[in-house]
Ligand binder design. Structure first.
Ligand code: NAP
Length: 234
């Protein structure tokens, strides 16, 4: 797909990976809508871009927003959804574990209600995470949710065809998910990657680049692209 002149909805498009994706899309001439619960915070970072408020956990709100902007060619969701539980599973609060799946429910809403207004040659990209296929201690909730997202994408791809759906799996990416930008955040993000084949944290733009690849390449569907600095081999 040549994204020039195409219309894109980017859930979670007001921060980190989603925001970098909105920037890349608009740099290439697409018309993007950046969506999150509190989109106003992106007003300075995304001048001239349409910002919309919507909580991906609210299926009716997602359906209404998709109808409002229909038809469109590209749908990306990088929305975190809610808090994820961390720590040893055998000591984990089960409500915390269950609520970690807000990310999956949000993605499911975006696909369920977003697909019906997506162009026949349209493309959907979701974001999982490296723990889906290589969990580290304390990451069982992240692993479970990421694995579910990747299985969901593989499972739903045949139903969506000829429209395409893929997922990008990031490793540690230095974004506002780890707090406001600061030298301390940079150092901590890099420290988490010590010993990786590429021993630094990734950038939001490096993940956005993979999201753009999956949108642009018409021969890719139902698969996962890893942008993880070698996490899976480390
Ligand atoms: N950063 C990493 O190291 C990393 C690693 C692996 C996977 N990931 C995944 O990559 C995705 C993007 O992460 P990021 O690092 O870019 O995080 P981020 O900078 O915190 O951005 C998350 C975005 O999602 C939006 N959002 C969160 N919950 C939402 C909801 N319920 N409804 C609508 N929008 C919602 C946020 O805006 P509002 O708060 O305004 O709603 C924000 O725009 C997430 O799915 C994350 O799990 C990140």
């Amino acid at each position: 797909m040549n994204v020039e002149g195409k219309k894109a909805l980017v859930f979670g498009g007001t921060s980190g990976i989603g925001l970098a994706t909105v920037k890349r899309l608009t740099d290439l001439g697409a018309k993007a809508v950046a969506i999150s619960r509190n989109p106003d915070r992106a007003r300075d970072a995304l001048p001239g871009i349409t910002l919309k408020a919507c909580d991906v956990r609210d299926g009716d709100a997602v359906a209404a927003l998709c109808k409002e902007y229909a038809p469109y060619d590209i749908l990306v969701s990088a929305a975190t959804g809610g808090e994820r539980a961390t720590g040893p599973f055998l000591k984990m609060d089960m409500e915390g574990y269950k609520s970690s799946f807000a990310k999956l429910w949000g993605y499911a809403n975006c696909v369920r209600f977003g697909a019906e207004h997506l162009a026949k040659d349209g493309s959907i990209v979701l974001v999982s995470g490296a723990p889906a296929r290589r969990s580290r201690p304390g990451q069982i909730a992240l692993a479970s949710v990421g694995g579910a997202v990747e299985a969901f994408v593989r499972g739903v791809a045949p139903e969506l065809a000829p429209r395409r759906i893929n997922v990008v799996s990031p490793g540690v990416i230095n974004t506002p998910m780890f707090g406001p930008a600061s030298p301390e955040r940079d150092a901590l993000a890099d420290k988490r990657c010590a010993g990786h084949l590429i021993p630094r944290a990734g950038t939001a733009d490096e993940v956005a680049q993979a999201i753009l690849f999956l949108i642009q390449n018409d021969f890719v569907t139902g698969t996962t692209v890893d942008v993880d600095g070698g996490w899976l081999l480390t």
